[in-house]
Design a protein around this ligand. Structure first.
Ligand SMILES: NC(=O)c1ccc[n+]([C@@H]2O[C@H](COP(=O)([O-])OP(=O)(O)OC[C@H]3O[C@@H](n4cnc5c(N)ncnc54)[C@H](OP(=O)(O)O)[C@@H]3O)[C@@H](O)[C@H]2O)c1
Length: 215
């Protein structure tokens, strides 16, 4: 598949690298084509890896990942262009962490809204699926580190969620561990989990953990 990954940070790089390893063609997007991190990634990631602007990556991708800070994700996606997102599965990995008042971060949106919903509202023709935002980047693409734990998906389009489920299985997530928490408003819960995730990281002394559902 051709996949656009918007974001040159740890998450964008980690997901893009995994996708290339799986045989996909991947274009990493940034605010400006020729971004140092994008070029470094594209030159080292092997065949099928390229870089460009957010718009270049979004128009290239049949599927698009949003790996930008949640508080500015709508801005980044506007730069990508609504016409380049229309009809496409848009996997939103972002969290609304606001570090402007120091640590710990607050949430730039919460309670009765979420970044996932903001994106779906702003780009109604995109098929937004929130996923992977509740684990650290390394676990996203190597769930064998946390066998038996859960990964959430939510979104308004069932076929889009099924496609994302298949992609997650190709990353190593067993189908039974992919938990569909409903429409895109489910992103409120997975994003508001972040303050607890941060506390657990502090208590455990590592970001290398995940949660399991026991019933
Ligand atoms: N780190 C993790 O393990 C982890 C785990 C789960 C979820 N997340 C979430 O995943 C997302 C990506 O995290 P990250 O640490 O990989 O990268 P990041 O530093 O949050 O984001 C980097 C990307 O955001 C773009 N960006 C920064 N400011 C922008 C602005 N004002 N407007 C438009 N684009 C802007 C940058 O563009 P340029 O390329 O042009 O610089 C870059 O591509 C975040 O929402 C984070 O909360 C992270």
């Amino acid at each position: 598949m051709r996949i656009g990954v918007l974001g040159t940070g740890t998450v964008g790089t980690t997901i893009a690298t995994k996708l290339v390893e799986l045989g996909h063609e991947v274009k990493m997007g940034s605010r400006s084509a020729g971004n140092e991190k994008g070029v470094e990634w594209a030159s080292g990631a092997g065949e099928g890896a390229s870089e460009g602007s957010f718009a270049d990556a979004a128009s290239f991708g049949e599927v698009v990942f949003n790996c930008t800070p949640g508080a500015v994700s709508v801005d980044a996606l506007r730069m990508a262009g609504p016409e380049n997102l229309s009809g496409k599965v848009l996997i939103d990995v972002s969290n609304p962490l606001d570090f402007s008042k120091g640590m710990p971060p607050t949430l730039s949106v919460c309670n009765d809204d979420s970044v996932g919903e903001q994106i779906q509202r702003e780009f109604p023709d995109a098929r937004v699926v929130k996923a992977l935002n509740t684990v650290n980047a390394s676990i996203m693409v190597d769930p064998s580190q946390v066998t038996g734990s859960v990964i959430f998906v939510c979104g308004n389009d069932d076929a889009a969620k099924a496609e994302v489920g298949e992609l997650l299985q190709s990353f190593g997530w067993p189908g039974d561990d992919v938990l569909d928490v409903g429409d895109i408003a489910g992103a409120r819960g997975t994003e508001m989990y972040l303050p607890l995730w941060l506390r657990m990281m502090g208590a455990l002394g590592t970001p290398g953990f995940n949660i399991a559902v026991v019933r």
